[in-house]
Design a protein around this ligand. Structure first.
Ligand code: ATP
Ligand code: MG
Length: 665
């Protein structure tokens, strides 16, 4: 439609569309857990538009495409827009990098040297604090970027940290090593491959390859699975088992392979056995930062202890109340003993939450109170977000629960049901500006996603589902990885090669496996796109990543995530489903969870609640089929004592528009 035609009905819309067409938009880079934002109007313009200042719409000055950005406040407190240093302007820090932080964040980020512990609640800006600290060190304290090592929990978080550091520091940020424990370990072993009898081009065995080697060693599948479970035991009591483990590792080395766990255990072994090597690494990485420190495991802890002696410049940042990975060996005890390990470390707390509305932070604090590991746990909502009540809904069964969620989404998007009946497809933003990518549905177990997927498919709602499992464990991924080796030398991007590999694989597997391959391609596509022409990086990301690393922030889709996978992320709208005893806390039929397990489940609930920015629903079912049996359910004990920040919702009546449309049809 021509702009002047639009202009007649609403000049604001005309202006907005005109800017979009010309690509004259404001791009704000994202943060840890937050997608970047593309805006059509500057904050100042918006404020004037909201004031109904329609005359100024024709003011050239107001709509000048190069309208100046809002300056970063000299004394930043909570502010209406999370103002960030411009993504492309490293000159901003000239006025003092730490000016971009609130007073508590600034105090923590400005600690000059030595060990430092930052105990920070959800949404209090850990990533912002960490990036500003590193930028401050490099730009204002002459710390060489190559002396800095930053360790994150996921590949996704590493990418975000890298981007944010670039925005603050500029090209020098390249010198900072950013990665997960496993990618650090991979780099380490590439340098010292000969010590393990590997070539420089050694590979990392994916799940399928690992299983093959285990089966070869043990002679049968059952024994292979048993051996796989015992691989991580550092001191196996059974000599036969120890011997089988040794044979497995030796065989891997013969094949020029390491497995995923080797990426951390082998560097630890080499460092602990060789003081000279340790000294060299301590010298190389004089500044170390670890995010999500509450979830380090024993081997990772030993690696850090080797790299960072008690006086080292080690910054540990995290939240003990978000320790949720003990089933993978993580131990929150390491966080709690940081002050013993690094006795000179000052401890800084961050309690101002910039993510969520007031009722959500209230609910979160009440939810964690009975089991908190942080003395005096508080969270103050600092964002000016509208404080929507948290809504609780009890459905009859899991189908009704899924239908409730779909209808609530429908209502949020506004009018989508009408469209979905019309065209079979739902599109676009709702009237409140909420899009599919603003919505997440979180659940305790992956199995719960099935009924949601069915219901959303029926309602025409697009989804992307991710778990916290390793990507390489997903069916079909191994086939694609193997085929990628054959197309590596062709021209084209990583994505082109993934597609080429997929075509070959799909034609060479039986029917029953083709769906797996399609699913795997879909999962890996955003990751491949992110890697550009760098196929080696793509293969590495697939081998080291978890499914959730392949979450596509640009996809117009509702995120379906396990609670574990949702760690570190944030969404304007969150549904936490299955708030029932037995699912949250999770228990297996016939067994009662231990007090420790229940405490961790409560933390998981806390993580889920604190992902929400504006809207949070807590839902459950009175009856549910689990393990093939229909059972009556009682509400999660975590729902008690949440206070009046939580309100109840009955199932809403089907929308009017839908009824009208149906009768017309
Ligand atoms: P989690 O424990 O869930 O990982 P976090 O502490 O890492 O949380 P972030 O994701 O870094 O929290 O920040 C949460 C939100 O708060 C982000 O949207 C970020 O932009 C915003 N934020 C952080 N600090 C500030 C600040 N000083 N001013 C405005 N917004 C901020
Ligand atoms: Mg975080």
């Amino acid at each position: 439609m021509p702009l002047d035609e639009l202009h007649r009905s609403d000049p604001r819309v005309a202006e907005a569309i005109g800017r979009l067409r010309a690509g004259e938009v404001v791009r704000d880079a994202g943060f840890d857990g937050e997608y970047g934002t593309i805006r059509v109007f500057q904050p100042a313009e918006l404020a004037r538009l909201r004031n109904g200042d329609s005359y100024s719409l024709f003011d050239d000055d107001l709509f000048a495409p190069e309208a100046p950005r809002q300056p970063v406040a000299a004394e930043p407190g909570p502010r209406p827009e999370p103002a960030e240093a411009p993504a492309t302007a490293p000159e901003a820090p000239a006025h003092g990098i730490l000016a971009g932080l609130d007073p508590d964040q600034r105090a923590a980020a400005g600690v000059p040297a030595g060990p430092l512990l930052i105990v920070a609640g959800p949404g209090t800006g850990k990533t912002r604090t960490v990036t500003h600290r590193l930028a401050h060190l490099v730009l204002e304290r002459d710390v060489p970027a190559r002396d800095c090592l930053a360790i994150t929990f996921t590949r996704r978080a590493a990418d975000e940290l890298t981007e944010r550091l670039h925005a603050l520091i500029g090209p020098d940020a390249d010198g900072i090593s950013v990665g997960t424990f496993h990618s650090f370990g991979l780099g380490f072993l590439r340098e010292h491959h000969d010590r393990l009898g590997l070539t420089a081009a050694f590979g990392v065995a994916d799940t399928a390859r690992k299983h093959e080697v285990l089966t070869e060693i043990t002679g049968d599948e059952t024994a292979a699975r048993a051996l796989a479970r015992g691989l991580t035991d550092p001191e196996p009591a059974d000599p036969a088992h120890a011997e089988a483990v040794a044979r497995y590792r030796a065989r891997l080395r013969e094949l020029d392979l390491v497995d995923f766990d080797d990426l951390v255990t082998e560097p630890v072994r080499l460092l602990e056995a060789d003081p000279q090597l340790t000294a060299a690494y301590r010298d190389r990485y004089r500044w170390i930062t670890v995010d999500e420190y509450q979830d380090v495991d024993d081997t990772q802890y030993r690696l850090l202890r080797a790299l960072a002696p008690p006086e080292a410049n080690l910054t540990a940042i995290g939240d003990p109340d978000q320790a949720i990975y003990s089933f993978r060996g993580a131990d929150v005890g390491f966080f709690l003993r940081f002050e013993q390990d690094y006795p000179t470390a000052p401890v800084h707390a961050l309690t101002r939450n910039y993510r969520s509305g007031r009722h959500i932070t209230d609910t979160a604090v009440r939810a964690i109170a009975p089991g908190t590991l942080v003395p005096g746990r508080t969270l103050h909502a600092a964002s000016p977000r509208e404080a929507h009540r948290v809504v609780r809904h009890d459905a009859a069964d899991e189908r009704a629960e899924a239908a409730f969620v779909a209808r609530a989404i429908d209502g949020l998007l506004g009018g989508s049901s009408f469209l979905s009946l019309d065209s079979g497809r739902v599109t676009g933003d709702g009237p409140g500006g909420i899009g599919f990518d603003d919505i997440a549905v979180l659940y305790r177990t992956d199995a719960q996603s099935r009924v949601l997927l069915d219901e959303f498919a029926r309602a025409g709602l697009p989804v992307q589902k991710r778990s916290h499992d390793p990507l390489s464990a997903r069916a079909g991924v191994d086939l694609l990885l193997a085929e990628l080796a054959h197309v590596a030398d062709r021209d084209g991007s990583a994505l082109d090669k993934l597609r080429a590999a997929a075509t070959t694989v799909v034609f060479s597997v039986p029917d029953e496996t083709q769906a797996d391959v399609h699913g795997a391609v879909e999962l890996l596509t955003p990751l491949a796109a992110r890697c550009g022409d760098d196929l080696a990086r793509f293969r590495r990301e697939v081998l080291l990543g978890a499914e959730v690393d392949a979450l596509d922030p640009r996809a117009e889709a509702i995120s379906l995530l396990t609670l574990h996978a949702s760690k570190g992320l944030e969404f304007p709208v969150v549904f936490l489903v299955g708030c029932e005893d037995g699912l949250l806390p999770l228990s297996w039929p016939g067994t009662a969870p231990t007090a420790e397990e229940i405490a961790e489940e409560r933390r998981l609930f806390f993580v889920g609640v604190t992902r929400a920015q504006d809207h949070l629903w807590l839902t459950g079912a009175a009856r549910r089929t689990r393990h093939g049996q229909v059972r009556d359910r009682t509400p999660s004990p975590f729902l008690t004592g949440l206070g009046d920040a939580v309100t109840r919702a009955e199932a809403p009546a089907p929308r009017k528009a839908r009824a009208t449309q149906l009768s017309l049809l």
